[in-house]
Design a protein around this ligand. Structure first.
Ligand code: ZN
Ligand code: ZN
Length: 219
């Protein structure tokens, strides 16, 4: 394992009070965390780089949403996203196909006008955005290409994405990638009241595994 890879260990105790039961759940997660990742849309017209601040909270950053807007836009039953500061995210190269849709006036939904991939959603009045974990390149998400001959390009781990174009360095991606860092389910789960009985109401990632904060309605 590369010594540059930091591991994150999370121990969470949940006290779930429900009408007919009370359970105490403890979960411990250990996973490697990236300095940088890249991703893009399905057609390749949009490419992006995320440079995680040194103090980025990979636990709080992992979010899901089951609102109807996310379902309609992605075609999936839930959205898996990761929250970062807007300064940590930037498009690379041309992004002529970038469009934004506002299903809610104060929330931008950035997508590719050629292939339709949703890249992120972002409240206009906040300093963060939530990029879609499904658009992260397979190298980082699942470790595709590991271990031979694949490396990522990092520009350092500055918190604000400063423009010091420091010399690229290579960072080996661990076996299995960074999927758990990006989608561990320890953050917020929006619109759990839209759970589909028997389908999405028992999936650990979506909050029923005792991780994260379940949000029953709007955020
Ligand atoms: Zn595209
Ligand atoms: Zn949503």
């Amino acid at each position: 394992m590369s010594p540059q890879v930091l591991f994150y260990t999370v121990e969470t105790v949940h006290d779930k009070n429900q009408k007919d039961r009370q359970t105490i759940m403890t979960s411990t997660l250990t996973f490697p965390t990236p300095k940088t990742i890249t991703g893009g849309c399905l057609c390749g017209g949009l490419r992006y780089l995320v440079e995680f601040p040194i103090d980025h909270d990979f636990r709080a950053g992992s979010e899901t949403c089951q609102c109807t807007q996310c379902r309609k836009q992605t075609g999936g039953l839930f959205l898996v996203s990761h929250r970062v500061s807007t300064a940590a995210f930037r498009f690379t190269g041309s992004h002529a196909t970038l469009r934004q849709f506002n299903a809610t006036p104060n929330v931008d939904r950035a997508f590719c006008s050629d292939c339709g991939s949703l890249i992120y959603w972002r409240p206009k009045d906040k300093s963060y955005l939530c990029f879609t974990v499904g658009t992260v390149d397979p190298l980082y998400l699942i470790g595709e290409g590991h271990p031979e001959g694949v490396a990522s390009t990092a520009r350092g781990s500055g918190a604000a994405g400063g423009d010091k174009a420091s010399q690229p360095e290579t960072e080996s991606v661990p076996e299995g990638g960074y999927g758990m860092a990006l989608a561990n389910g320890c953050g917020r789960h929006y619109w759990c009241k839209n759970e589909i009985k028997g389908v999405t109401d028992g999936i650990p990632l979506l909050g029923m595994g005792g991780r994260g904060t379940r949000c029953l309605g709007d955020y």
